[in-house]
Design a protein around this ligand. Structure first.
Ligand SMILES: C[S@@+](CC[C@H](N)C(=O)[O-])C[C@H]1O[C@@H](n2cnc3c(N)ncnc32)[C@H](O)[C@@H]1O
Length: 167
């Protein structure tokens, strides 16, 4: 019973964790990796900051709208999906990315790479970009340095020169 309660608590916590925003300095780590003229699509919406931050960093074409990714992605033409998805259901995210089969760079906890759903979808097809230090995200406009796990960028069809890029 106790473990059931904990699991339920854990689930709720993950849901809350979904509402973090990727800080501008994190997107800036990809400077020189993504062509700023490309059409970038961040389908996972918190408060809309991706559009603001990427525009401030010089990206010209950004799609980032408040709507359900799974229902709406079909209506867009884009070059790259660039996103930090909800971590509460990564399997669903990767299954959908597999169906879409377009280039992506996605921010996920580093442990994601060992999951069975990655084997089933993107085995041997991903490259990894490792940040110089632990990524910290924003909550309600504040970067509170409280992220307790390490995140990386996983890249698909980006053709980076190395399997693992250390920034
Ligand atoms: C970790 S946040 C990142 C937001 C933004 N992509 C960024 O990088 O700043 C993930 C967001 O996706 C939202 N989300 C969850 N399911 C979604 C869905 N089906 N379609 C669009 N957004 C969704 C959550 O509410 C959460 O705010």
């Amino acid at each position: 019973m106790a473990s059931l309660t904990l699991r339920k608590k854990g689930k709720d916590l993950f849901k809350k964790d979904d509402d973090y925003t990727t800080s501008k300095y994190i997107w800036n780590m990809l400077d020189g990796i993504i062509d700023k003229e490309k059409i970038i699509y961040d389908p996972f919406y918190n408060k809309g900051e991706t559009k603001i931050y990427l525009a401030e960093l010089g990206y010209k074409n950004i799609i980032h709208n408040k709507e359900d990714f799974y229902i709406n992605h079909h209506k867009y033409k884009f070059d790259i999906i660039l996103t930090n998805p909800p971590y509460s259901n990564k399997k669903k995210v990767f299954n959908e990315l597999k169906k879409i089969d377009k280039p992506f760079i996605i921010i996920v906890p580093v442990s994601t790479i060992t999951k069975q759903f990655i084997r089933k979808t993107f085995l041997d097809k991903l490259q990894m970009i490792i940040p110089p230090k632990r990524m910290q995200f924003e909550k309600n406009g504040v970067n509170n340095n409280r992220c307790w796990f390490d995140c990386v960028f996983l890249a698909y069809k980006i053709n980076l020169p190395k399997s693992i890029t250390f920034l």
